[in-house]
Design a binder for this molecule. Structure first.
Ligand code: GLR
Length: 532
């Protein structure tokens, strides 16, 4: 333990004022507690220290003094009582100003490892093209300076796998080393600084479907989740407890249907779902997913075929599943007029229509003409989009996504804003692995108004491909049981991580680009909106 007392010329009559400052980087685990004046405290401290009592007894003695001492004085005397200071150095406390250097209880970030991975992805069709044979992600391991059973305590995050995004994560990782794992505000500032210096372009990780989210929030989110994972592990509580406690034991997800090809052209592997290019095959797809997961809501990714075909598909799903809420999402592929037509056709059939038209203005125009709520994960994807959207009443449901809304706590800020402005909340997803599913589940479990069934791409992932040890995430009744183990509740499987990293290196992809891939097979394909 290091203690340091320094005198200074400040007036003894000034009230004590303390500032807790981060220690110099050379000694990251140490914090300074400074006082400009300790008028009268030296005497009190000496009296307590000289009692010869044990630390616990000295603590009690300090508590008995709290009625007469200011808060700052109480802090100082508590330190003396608690920190086993030997009597003789304390007796030298005849100064009026002091700086204590005490060991910090906050673990700091010792290292961050960002590992790009690739996992198999079926040829799922959307408005901008078709999924490539591999989905890319980045796995973020934040390693602390603390150990348990001889192993460093670490936290996990998961994010996009585009090379540009990975390079941003790596640069931010260097900047936030030595930060306290509790200082997520400081980590955010460091990410903002790094992004302020960034000149790279692209890296959205979503094939151009979401381009206006905050790059800082995207970089920060992965580190925030990892820090919360560590905080939960250290406190012995699940992440949902750090977010206010779970309000539901199971987080519901929707059956996320896609039009799809049977296999990637030129590749042998056929996935378990087969082709789905018409209403009947989509109903079959829904049945397969619902039989396996017991999903209680259905979402269809549209924007692929003519609006009439997609309306027919929704009507077929309604017939097959009369009681399940339905949603249709064409990723802004329709004009305002087409959107209005679809809205009228599907009145009373779908619970919300997701991103029918482009931008806040397009959504607001559609909203004036249709009766169902409009949802978005394209028009409103950052906090600075909210005022305009609210002013125009452009959307009634925001699809949160902690990967681009700045992590779990900022997603909860979004939830509060939605509650105030009478908007509802759902959750968006992209192809992802178990770390993201755990984070999504903790967030939704602890956010009371995030009460629509969330989106997930989980059923599209091969069961044997992940980076976490199997068994922690349990599917039940259409949802994921909120993990109760400390932190996110998932642990890294290093062999699987290594295998998916090798797959990343071998697959030759460096960014998600559904459009270029689609053009290999349909050279005239255009992702420009509106397509219909
Ligand atoms: O709801 C959405 O817009 C999405 O899920 C975006 C995804 O990237 C989806 O379109 C996909 O996986 O093709």
């Amino acid at each position: 333990m290091e203690t340091e007392m320094q005198s200074s010329p400040s007036s003894p009559s000034e009230p004590p004022s303390f500032a807790r400052t981060s220690a110099p980087s050379a000694s990251p685990s140490v914090h300074k507690l400074e006082s400009s004046s300790f008028s009268g405290l030296g005497t009190e401290a000496v009296k307590i220290a000289e009692t010869g009592l044990s630390a616990t007894e000295r603590g009690r003695h300090v508590i008995s003094k709290t009625e007469v001492l200011s808060g700052e004085a109480f802090v100082l005397l508590s330190l003396i009582a608690a920190l086993e200071l030997p009597t003789h150095p304390v007796s030298k406390l005849s100064c009026h100003t002091a700086t204590f250097i005490m060991p910090s209880s906050a673990p700091t970030i010792k290292d961050i490892i960002v590992t790009p991975v690739a996992f198999h992805d079926p040829p799922l069709l959307n408005a901008v093209g078709v999924h490539e044979p591999f989905a890319l992600r980045s796995i973020i391991e934040v390693v602390t300076d603390r150990e348990e059973n001889g192993k460093a305590i670490y936290g996990l995050g998961e994010s996009y796998g585009d090379a540009t995004h990975i390079s941003r994560l790596q640069r931010a990782a260097e900047r936030i080393k030595k930060s306290s794992i509790y200082d997520t505000n400081g980590i955010f500032r460091a990410c903002a600084e790094v992004m302020g210096e960034d000149t790279s372009t692209g890296g959205d990780g979503m094939a151009g479907l979401v381009t206006t989210a905050s790059a800082t929030d995207k970089v920060f989110a992965a580190f925030e989740v990892a820090c919360l994972d560590i905080q939960g592990k250290l406190a012995g509580v699940p992440v949902c407890d750090l977010l206010g406690g779970k309000v539901r034991d199971i987080v519901q997800y929707s059956a996320y249907l896609f039009y799809k090809w049977a296999r990637h052209p030129g590749r042998d592997e056929e996935d378990e779902f087969g082709e789905a290019l018409d209403p009947d095959s989509l109903v079959k797809q829904a049945k397969k997913m619902i039989d396996e997961y017991d999903f209680k809501a259905i979402k269809l990714k549209g924007g692929v075929f003519s609006p009439q075909q997609e309306v027919d598909a929704i009507k077929a799903l309604r017939e097959a599943y009369p009681n399940l809420p339905l949603r249709l999402d064409p990723n802004a592929a329709w004009s305002v007029e087409t959107s209005k037509w679809v809205g009228k056709e599907l009145e009373g059939i779908i619970e919300y229509l997701e991103d029918p038209a482009d931008q806040i203005e397009g959504m607001a125009a559609v909203g004036k003409a249709v009766s169902m709520p409009l949802a978005t994960n394209m028009a409103v994807v950052a906090f600075n989009h909210l005022p305009e959207s609210i002013a125009q009443d452009a959307v009634q449901v925001v699809l949160s996504d902690h990967h681009f809304w700045g992590g779990l706590r900022k997603s909860q800020h979004l939830a509060s804003i939605c509650a105030v402005w009478n908007m509802r909340l759902s959750m968006h997803s992209n192809s992802h692995l178990g770390i993201s599913l755990a984070a999504m589940t903790h967030l939704a479990s602890a956010t009371p108004n995030l009460d629509y069934a969330c989106d997930t791409h989980w059923p599209w992932k091969r069961r044997d491909e992940d980076v976490v040890i199997d068994g922690a995430l349990k599917w039940q009744k259409g949802g994921v049981v909120v993990p109760t183990a400390p932190g996110l509740g998932v642990e890294l499987d290093r062999d699987r991580l290594a295998a998916l990293h090798e797959q990343y290196k071998a697959c030759g992809l460096t960014k998600r680009d559904d459009t270029t891939y689609m053009r290999k097979f349909q050279p005239g394909f255009s992702a420009a909106v509106p397509r219909f």
